[in-house]
Ligand binder design. Structure first.
Ligand code: SAH
Ligand code: SF4
Ligand code: F3S
Length: 442
């Protein structure tokens, strides 16, 4: 008994999906610390395992099912192990997850992140199988939860939850609920807090940050201006921007803000009107092109990145070739490219003329070839340039090579000569590549 009181309990959180999920996970970790858990990297010694899941594509779900299977053996060896599923798949599948894998103790939806402590404590107290499925929608999830941040240098700050856009391929609005914005006061308080603790960079998060405010007087442009002025802040980032609502006022706020980084992630998804319409994106190739023109006129140094989906139902070779032309015209700094994945319950899943897998893969390869060449050409133009980076730390493979990011969100690798994480340094770009820039401190 004595030992049980003194031994710290250990928790392992596995996190899949987007930044929003990682941000939620920080609020789960914070809650677990509050009730006496410390983080472990080793699942086999954990008293509690949580998987914060993503279901945006089938491949994301498959990875989670694989992990759920692995954890069954751990649970057999240690029946006291508490095993929970949270996040988007939890919201989508609810009880079905436990029916499929009875070694799961609880399923907690995206809207109820803040209830984690209560559920874990109840399960600990009962010491018997306890099944809880919480997926009902609440006002603003996770807000009052303590936050255990992944990084001391950069912080994610959610500004809104949910999505109202219902792109026809996308499951997110179904698992994250309707748009709800935090108050500006609340957001500023969190930003001031992290900056006071030494954070240099803040990323404002939402599925569509441009519609922040839900029609109230609090607009995203105003929020950017306010965050820019927080005492001591060095860099402000934000994502994601839906092209249909990126206003001129927001462009001006980015242009004028001293700390607002010159990077806009502006997913176009596709480069032909017929497909954009069937995707329900609510803009055309022309209006997107005009938007990019306005952005580049106001912020010449801007880096633009995007998300692209190949193999959407009905995609023809002509559509695809129009998309490649569009990429060559816009010239994104980089792109995340995805193969369309059918999500049941979304309109696109039952559309006619689903594209064959082999065709999807072949198009993805061609798409990546075109984009990689563009990324490389753009990076080539930076050779010899001196750029400011925020030093992050050693690179994955080599302790002597450190990484940092430019304001335009490009990763720079440089030989380490005593710089500290959190330093702002000037580097000269010596060897630009497709995905990273190599350079040295000047
Ligand atoms: N809210 C953001 C992104 C959310 S999901 C936005 O609107 O841009 C991230 C990306 O996943 C999307 O931009 C899209 O490119 C991709 N995606 C979403 N659903 C998908 C699906 N069913 N198949 C393939 N990719 C998908
Ligand atoms: Fe999905 Fe579209 Fe909402 Fe983005 S804007 S989360 S792609 S429905
Ligand atoms: Fe995935 Fe949910 Fe994000 S489905 S992409 S984790 S909002």
């Amino acid at each position: 008994m004595q030992e049980q009181h003194t031994k710290r309990k250990k928790a392992k959180l596995l996190v899949y999906g987007c930044q929003m999920n990682r941000s939620d996970a920080e609020r789960m970790e914070g809650q677990l610390q509050e009730i006496g858990y410390e983080a472990t990297e080793d699942m086999s010694e954990a008293d509690l395992i949580l998987i914060n899941t993503c279901c945006v594509r089938e491949t994301a779900e498959d990875r989670v099912y694989g992990k759920i299977g692995e954890i069954k053996h751990l649970k057999e060896r240690n029946p006291q192990l508490i095993f929970g599923i949270t996040g988007c798949m939890a919201q989508k599948e609810g009880e079905k997850l436990i029916q499929r894998a009875p070694h799961i103790d609880f399923v907690l939806g995206t809207n109820r992140v803040h209830e984690l402590t209560r559920i874990v404590e109840e399960i600990e107290a009962e010491h018997t199988p306890h099944v809880e499925v919480g997926v009902a929608e609440t006002e603003l999830p996770a807000l009052n939860a303590p936050v255990a941040r992944e990084s001391k240098l950069t912080a994610w700050v959610p500004i809104m939850y949910g999505c109202n856009n219902f792109c026809t391929y996308c499951i997110v609005p179904h698992v994250r609920g309707r748009e709800r914005s935090r108050s500006m006061e609340d957001i500023l308080q969190e930003v001031e807090g992290v900056v006071a603790e030494g954070c240099q960079e803040v990323t404002l998060l939402g599925q569509n940050v441009n519609s922040y405010g839900n029609g109230s007087e609090e607009s995203f442009a105003e929020l950017l201006r306010q965050v820019d002025q927080v005492e001591g802040i060095r860099r402000v980032r934000f994502m994601t921007s839906h092209p249909k609502d990126l206003s001129d006022e927001v462009i001006e706020a980015i242009r004028d803000g001293e700390h607002i980084c010159e990077h806009i992630h502006l997913p176009v998804q596709y480069g032909s009107d017929a497909i954009l319409k069937r995707m329900n994106r609510k803009y055309t190739v022309d209006s997107y092109r005009a938007l990019v023109k306005r952005i580049r006129a106001a912020i010449p140094e801007v880096s633009l990145t995007t998300d692209l989906i190949v193999g959407f139902p009905g995609e023809t070779e002509e559509d695809f070739s129009a998309m490649l032309d569009f990429l060559r015209e816009i010239r994104y700094d980089s792109a995340y490219t995805f193969i369309y994945s059918k999500r049941s319950g979304t309109p696109a899943a039952t559309m006619e003329n689903q594209v064959e897998d082999s065709v999807k893969h072949e198009r993805l390869t061609r798409l990546m070839e075109v984009q990689n060449e563009i990324s490389r050409e753009i990076n080539e133009t930076l050779k010899g340039r001196i750029m400011e980076i925020l030093v992050e730390g050693p690179s994955k493979n080599d302790e002597a090579t450190w990484t940092g990011r430019t304001r335009t969100n490009k990763m720079v690798l440089f030989p380490h000569k005593g710089e500290q994480a959190g330093d702002f340094i000037q580097v000269k770009i010596t060897q630009p590549q497709t995905w990273v820039l190599k350079g040295e401190q000047v």
